[in-house]
Design a protein. Structure first.
Length: 251
């Protein structure tokens, strides 16, 4: 579960009249399945207040978004592909935590050189939004980490683990036909799944899983000002999610 580590710089002061819109599953141009225009100058012009950058099996582009999206709260994130073919999101309060997780994920992934013209480019950004290189090993394959190992890795680094799009491809329900006992936080695509999981005590989110600019904010959650005890930053947003202090598009 999340710890009390110092949060990163992007933050808001509370506004009692504002409802904050959050899309906590957005890919950058580093994910091979994402559009090359998924860069800060495009993503951060969208009508959301809080966003999480969650590339497949890496967090190498998160720092660029934290640096350049100064009028947004940016949650450092990653989407880890377990060897059971299940996607799990990790949300972190600090860049150092997410980058350490990203390093461990890379160490637990078999190298697989690939043709970017066939499988998609994996473009690295610097803090000026320049393309500075590509990752050579394909990010779209499973790691050698199990579901339990992935959750443990995220939580040991002060993160919050959320099962991604549980009711569609690469989601835990779709892949395994059930939720594991350690599935407390779940992202879904369908209202019916949301209703079912809410009734069994799960904390259920919905986000866009955006791979192109037009998808950003198509699904989101909403925070009232009273969801936060003080400043609104990565740590306070993750804490509010962990306590279920948000509304979905179906509430």
């Amino acid at each position: 579960m999340i710890g009390m580590t110092e949060s990163i710089g992007n933050e808001f002061l509370p506004n009692e009249n504002k409802v904050y819109k959050a899309d906590l599953h957005i890919h950058s141009c580093l994910s091979p399945c994402a559009d090359l225009t998924m860069v800060p100058s495009t993503v951060c012009t969208k009508d959301i207040d809080i966003l999480a950058i969650t590339d497949h099996n890496t967090a190498e582009n998160v720092a660029a978004f934290v640096c350049l999206c100064r009028d947004k709260v940016v949650i450092p994130g990653i989407e880890i592909h377990t060897f059971e073919d299940v996607h799990i999101l990790g949300y972190f309060s600090t860049l150092s935590d997410v980058m350490e997780v990203s390093k461990i994920v890379s160490e637990n992934t078999n190298p697989f050189p690939y043709d970017p013209e066939t499988f998609g480019y994996q473009l690295l950004l610097n803090e000026s939004e320049d393309f500075i290189g590509m990752l050579d090993n394909y990010l779209g394959f499973p790691t050698n980490l199990s579901i339990d190992q992935t959750i443990d890795l995220i939580e040991k680094h002060n993160g919050l683990a959320v099962f991604a799009h549980a009711d569609r491809k690469f989601g835990v329900i779709y892949q395994l036909g059930m939720l594991p006992k350690n599935a407390h936080f779940v992202e879904v695509r369908k209202r019916e799944t949301w209703q079912e999981l809410k009734s069994t005590g799960h904390i259920v989110l919905t986000s866009s899983d955006a791979h192109v600019p037009g998808e950003i904010g198509s699904r989101k959650i909403f925070f009232q000002n009273d969801a936060f005890s003080g400043k609104i930053d990565a740590h306070s947003v993750i804490s509010a999610v962990a306590l279920g202090r948000f509304r979905t598009i179906w509430d």
